[in-house]
Ligand binder design. Structure first.
Ligand code: ASP
Ligand code: MG
Length: 421
């Protein structure tokens, strides 16, 4: 017997037929003797609809009342699922965020979970009752309803799993796991059985949007074993049909157990949400680069890749970097307002770029990963506009039009293609 959190996303909850499928899945897991808490999203599209109402109601953004409105989507699905379970003969009840309570801090509409009271919850679960908990919502210190930011129900699920010390947090979604790359680009992408938290963080943050990034960070911090799997597959005897997200140590142990070798590269991600900025002819002196990046940081703009190369022939340097596309106009405004102080010639921007990243904990102990990447892209005539690296990731910035080609050739180059069938 295990204690399991099952989380169902918006597509899995969209309409009564799907909710009945979810209930059948929960019933199956309960039938295997497990203690179960279910965390649900609102029906797909519902949160967007509610956000729309808020915008219509008032031009003034009112985060506390916004939370009251948008949290309702999950209230509906949690009640419906509890009802459906009961009608199938499964003992269940809903627990709203304020009833547990799930305490949150910081700001409305992007709150963070601080604590979850679990005594009553765990007692009910131990007595054989399935707990159905709306994701995304919590309660502020003053008793008001809060929400965690879009996509936040993944984080709710992981937080509940950590609080009740669940053996696993199963996240049911519309894909059946985490893939080596986007299967829409590479037909021979493979589903991963195992991926580490760190790899998942890199894969999620660079565009493989399966889970909310914050939920992965929380799982890593709390040591929650997460499984990503599909809610559309038939329930199987195989307990673990999806992708398990685990610690490095657990991965190592599993590999030993199954006598499998660690892959050098785990996955390839692409991200078209960045824009490139070149600030030309910046004076080559101490403090110049700081004068560019400090005002951007003050405006909470996240700079990602940076290259600076001083010309040996002049006393100037070009500084190239990337920011989220959504922050491009603001970044340019901020820099132009400081042209004199920074002392650059002009600003060149480019939104037609894509960031391609190869990710894998295996590269910690292997040389040559970056070289393979550069060579593979060069062989296809793909130009690299910027590079950044971390311990487990190499990223390059390329022309957006070459995204698919780059992902495909890299997938092959690192031996990730599934065997042809
Ligand atoms: N319903 C919320 C949203 O759409 C939370 C979630 O589904 O994760 O953002
Ligand atoms: Mg989601």
């Amino acid at each position: 017997m295990a204690r399991i959190v099952m989380k169902f996303g918006g597509t899995s909850m969209a309409g009564m037929e799907r909710i009945r499928n979810v209930a059948a899945r929960v019933k199956y897991v309960v039938g295997q003797g497990h203690e179960v808490a279910v965390v649900v999203s609102a029906m797909a599209g519902e949160t967007d609809r509610l956000v729309g109402f808020c915008k219509e109601a008032s031009a003034l953004y009112d985060p506390a009342e916004y939370d009251v409105v948008v949290a309702s989507g999950e209230q509906v699905t949690s009640g419906l699922l509890a009802m459906t379970l009961k009608s199938m003969g499964v003992n269940a009840r809903s627990w709203l965020g304020w009833q547990l309570p799930i305490r949150t801090i910081e700001a409305h509409a992007k709150a963070r979970i601080s604590t979850i009271e679990t005594d009553t919850l765990v007692a009910a679960m131990q007595a054989g009752q399935v707990a159905v908990i709306p994701g995304f919502q919590g309660m502020m210190d003053d008793g008001r309803v809060s929400t965690l930011g879009r996509g936040g129900s993944d984080t709710s699920a992981v937080a509940v799993a950590a609080a009740i010390k669940a053996d696993r947090c199963d996240i049911y979604t519309d894909v059946d796991g985490v893939y080596t790359t986007d299967p829409r680009i590479v037909a021979r992408a493979r589903k991963l059985d195992l991926v580490t938290y760190e790899e998942m963080l890199e894969l999620a943050s660079v565009g493989a949007k399966v889970l909310q990034t914050r939920s992965v960070g929380l799982a890593m911090k709390e040591g929650v074993v997460v499984q990503v799997l599909s809610s559309f597959d038939e329930p199987t005897q195989d307990d673990l049909p999806g992708t398990l997200i685990v610690s490095d140590g657990d991965l190592e142990a599993k590999l030993k157990e199954t006598k499998m070798e660690r892959q050098l590269i785990t996955g390839i991600a692409h991200d078209k949400n960045e824009a490139k900025i070149i600030v030309t002819r910046v004076p080559d002196k101490p403090g110049a680069v700081a004068s560019i990046f400090t005002p951007l940081a003050d405006a909470a703009i996240n700079v990602d890749m940076i290259i600076q190369n001083d010309s040996k022939d002049t006393e100037e340097t070009d500084v190239t970097f990337t920011v989220p596309r959504a922050d491009l106009a603001r970044s340019v405004d901020i820099l132009e307002a400081r042209q004199e102080e920074i002392g650059f010639r002009r600003i060149i921007t480019d939104t037609e770029v894509a960031k391609i990243s190869v990710v894998g904990v295996g590269m910690r102990s292997h040389a040559g990963v970056a070289a393979t990447m550069f060579k593979t892209l060069a062989d296809r005539g793909i130009n690299i506009e910027a590079i950044s690296t971390s311990e487990i990731k190499v990223s390059v910035l390329i022309d957006e039009d070459e995204t698919e080609l780059a992902v495909r050739v890299l997938h092959t180059a690192y031996g990730l293609d599934a065997p042809a069938v």
